[in-house]
Design a protein around this ligand. Structure first.
Ligand code: ATP
Ligand code: MG
Length: 393
């Protein structure tokens, strides 16, 4: 039996963006997600994207899993394409295709949609005929038009008749790429991959920036970040990652700045460098995994000092969340187990014993200027390492 996928569009919140553009981006994202599984025809009409496999033997279970991670889809169904566009074929296909669901249910109803007006039966007649057929094949069932356990959908379209039942939940959100581009500051921790996922869900295309301080941080720490991004990329689509060589800057910090201000100045330098990369790569926002009060560098005073280092908007989607809430999402997107692997981050190199929780911006800036980081920043920017990231499959 031939099967297709039907994807329901989600919210269109952007006023300037029309449905056509929105659907074009969404179709492209679906195409990218399914690309390695085989050839598909992907079309859209009436808030529904239809995905038809063009080659035999395509793994549709896997296709469904991938589609469930594409932002911009509220729900989706797997549907059987009837051999012919006739009522006989509908009556033959439905009980076979939905046998498992219908056996397990007590109540059902049929809903029919006929966009091909040449089909000889009208929608209420299709419902009546198929309802009768299913009741005779599954005598334990009762019709419940208000709250059925299973709704059997019959759709008669130009290209054929197809049948499906209760839709599955999609990823929600808005299609990646319709909201602009942003840089995610990614560490190997639990928080930043979750922050990346959350902002991709709001339509942002991501570029990742990771600060590495070899030999204080190892190659395996960096590889861990790549693996985390591969997981995020299953939702966010392809991501370009830039690794910033941060060792000399951190050594200068240690040598030339007051110890209690290490962390705050380091955070400011991270923002400044990330912002320059963002500008260069045509991104217009920064994203971090900061959460208010989680550590000394995430107090209201410290965040004011960090924020001052960037002119562009900084998204902190986790700012009001508890650690457990963040962990719950990291389980959902399957980054948790990777995040807790014990590799060092550059943030944990030269950490002060007593970091300032209420730093005064004026003094922080003075200390930073006195040390003079500009030549080292430029050198780091000239030595970025680029790694293209694709979804983990
Ligand atoms: P995470 O769990 O994401 O590591 P955290 O709670 O450990 O976050 P910090 O280490 O203070 O918090 O980092 C705060 C934010 O700064 C991170 O969420 C991330 O956005 C950014 N960040 C930290 N370390 C790095 C790094 N090595 N490279 C790029 N960004 C980083
Ligand atoms: Mg961290």
């Amino acid at each position: 039996m031939k099967e297709i996928l039907l994807l329901k569009d989600g919210e269109i919140v952007l006023k300037g963006l029309n449905r056509r553009q929105f659907e074009d981006v969404l179709k492209k994202n679906v195409r990218i997600a399914l690309h390695s599984l085989g050839r598909f025809e992907i079309t859209s009409a009436q808030s529904t994207i239809t995905v038809r496999p063009l080659s035999d033997g395509i793994d549709l279970d896997e296709a469904c899993e991938r589609v469930a991670r594409v932002f911009g889809i509220v729900s989706f169904s797997r549907a059987a394409l009837c051999d012919e566009k006739t009522m006989d074929s509908v009556l033959k296909t439905a009980p076979v295709y939905l046998e498992k669901q219908l056996r397990a249910a007590k109540t059902f109803k049929v809903e029919a949609k006929r966009s091909d007006k040449k089909f000889p039966l009208k929608s209420p007649e299709i419902c009546r005929e198929l309802g009768g057929e299913l009741l005779s094949k599954f005598p334990h069932l009762k019709v419940d038009v208000h709250d059925p356990e299973v709704t059997v959908y019959v759709e008669i379209r130009d290209f054929g008749a197809y049948i499906h039942s209760n839709p599955l939940k999609g990823a929600g959100g808005i299609p990646v790429g319709t909201g602009g581009k942003a840089v995610i500051l990614i560490s190997g921790g639990i928080d930043s991959p979750v922050a990346a996922y959350m902002m991709a869900k709001r339509g942002l295309k991501l570029t990742a920036v990771h600060f590495a301080s070899p030999p204080y941080t190892s190659r395996r720490a960096e590889e861990k970040v790549v693996r985390l991004l591969q997981k995020v990329s299953r939702y966010a689509g392809p991501i370009t990652m830039y690794t910033v060589p941060f060792t000399e800057i951190q050594e200068k910090l240690r040598d030339d700045c007051p110890e209690e201000l290490f962390t705050i100045i380091m955070r400011r330098l991270m923002m400044e460098i990330s912002q320059r990369i963002a500008r260069d790569k045509d991104c217009s926002a920064l994203i971090t995994g900061e959460s208010l009060g989680q550590v000394a560098s995430q107090t209201i005073g410290a965040l004011n000092c960090t924020d001052d280092a960037a002119d562009m908007v900084v998204f902190r989607p986790l700012i009001g969340m508890d650690k457990q809430e963040i962990i719950d999402i990291s389980y959902k997107i399957d980054t948790y187990e990777t995040s807790i692997e014990p590799y060092e981050d550059c943030c944990t190199v030269f950490t002060p014993k007593h970091p300032r929780t209420k730093p005064v911006l004026k003094f922080v800036k003075q200390a930073q200027e006195r040390a003079g980081f500009e030549p080292l920043i430029e050198e780091a920017l000239n030595n970025l390492k680029m790694t293209p990231i694709y979804p983990e499959e």
